[in-house]
Design a protein around this ligand. Structure first.
Ligand SMILES: Cc1ncc(COP(=O)(O)O)c(C=O)c1O
Length: 396
């Protein structure tokens, strides 16, 4: 018996790979500050569970494959904040943003097609592109200028004869990079010129800092037939376990095609959609307060990082991640040291080595990603531990 070539080509998640070492350290009594995974600690709004508790039909039956109409209507209202007019049929409710991504790739990618993705990138893109028979082609970036990627030169340099789509994530995971509306328009023109689909992953849409206004690729009318927007309740509403996301497309041919896959998986959980409907109805002020908390954490993390000699990091504009170049040869080796050998008053911290966020062999080896999903005091302490850990590692 043999496994498929596709599954063997996939990248494993760098985010969970070192968990067994962390668990062993914790079992031995060490306190670990986890900055390695983007699982928000902010409380899920009460309206989510309250709505589910009110469900009183005798049976929890299947829902429509395209999603619950009340949820679609709440999403339509939410997008009006961006002056974007949608119809129910433009919105496919999915099992998290993850399913929106896998369905999108499956609907547009043929065997042998290339998908441009700025690297470092959220590794599951690699999984989903490979699942659909395509290959990831990275758009090259550099930590020295904050992982900027949306210039014409960078995009044209990455283009291949088989390029079918480009993935845009803004605000970015793992870098926190935020595209300006002008950069988004430039990507749109590039996509039009080369007849590409745009997969715009906007699950962190409102988490933009320094007074910058949130935007969406759906605001650019000229590309509305080729842009597929991925959205989710996981990050914006701190409801990762709810597993509700969506795919917005105003291309009727695409929607008819992707519906075949949606029908194949029957539906998204009925109760979770009822909770998600109330989340999408929350006012913009709720999201702004969450954003303010992440911005304050970003400031704390950045301030502490700047105390570490030799670190390269531009202050990121959004999401809740930072990718940082460290003054060590191997971030993976440092992490193992931090978990197995280092401690300060019985404590250490955990980050994600960034090499796993790259397709290009050898890149990102001395870079790490942190997710600032702990309270500000814990972030300050975790950054202090990183500084002390690097000092101890270098002094060995
Ligand atoms: C950029 C990005 N897209 C999509 C997802 C998937 O989110 P979910 O499936 O929980 O909606 C994540 C999760 O971390 C992410 O960071």
């Amino acid at each position: 018996m043999q496994l498929s070539d596709r599954v063997q080509k996939m990248q494993g998640s760098p985010i969970r790979k070192f968990n067994p070492i962390a668990i062993a350290a914790e079992d031995a009594g060490k306190k670990i500050y986890h900055l390695n995974i983007g699982n928000p600690d902010i409380e899920t709004p009460d309206c989510y569970l309250d709505a589910i508790k009110k469900y009183d039909a005798p049976t929890i039956g299947y829902a429509e494959s395209g999603g619950d109409k009340n949820l679609q209507d709440a999403v339509i209202d939410y997008f009006k904040r961006y002056d974007v007019e949608l119809k129910r049929n433009d919105i496919l409710i999915t099992n998290g943003g993850s399913e929106a991504l896998s369905m999108a790739f499956c609907t547009i990618i043929n065997e042998g097609d290339d998908v441009l993705i700025p690297e470092p990138y959220y590794t599951n893109y690699h999984t989903f592109v490979t699942m659909s028979g395509g290959s990831v082609v990275p758009v090259q970036t550099s930590p020295d200028n904050g992982y900027q990627w949306a210039t014409e030169e960078q995009l044209e340099a990455a283009l291949t004869p088989n390029t079918k789509a480009i993935v845009c994530i803004t605000p970015g995971n793992p870098t926190g990079r935020v595209l300006t509306l002008d950069e988004m328009r430039l990507v749109g023109e590039f996509a039009k010129k080369h007849d590409l689909w745009i997969i715009a992953d906007e699950v962190y849409r409102e988490f933009v800092f320094d007074g910058v206004k949130p935007t969406s690729f759906s605001m650019i009318d000229e590309i509305k037939d080729r842009v597929l927007i991925v959205d989710s309740i996981s990050k914006r509403y701190s409801t990762c376990g709810g597993r509700v996301g969506l795919l917005v497309s105003r291309n009727e041919e695409f929607q008819a095609a992707v519906m075949k896959i949606a029908m194949g998986r029957l539906c998204v959980p009925t109760l979770e959609m009822i909770g998600a409907t109330e989340l999408y109805k929350l006012p913009a002020s709720y999201i702004e307060s969450v954003r303010d908390e992440y911005e304050a954490r970003r400031n704390v993390a950045y301030e502490e990082l700047m105390k570490i000699p030799g670190v390269v990091c531009q202050k990121p504009g959004g999401a809740f991640y930072m990718t940082i170049k460290l003054p060590v040869e191997s971030a993976e080796d440092l992490l193992i040291f931090m978990l197995e050998e280092f401690e300060d008053n019985g404590e250490s911290m955990m980050f994600t080595p960034a090499a796993g966020f790259y397709a290009t062999e050898g890149k990102g080896i001395n870079e790490i990603r942190i997710a600032y999903v702990l309270c500000q005091d814990d972030i300050r302490r975790a950054m202090e531990l990183l500084r002390l850990g690097i000092e101890a590692y270098k002094a060995r």
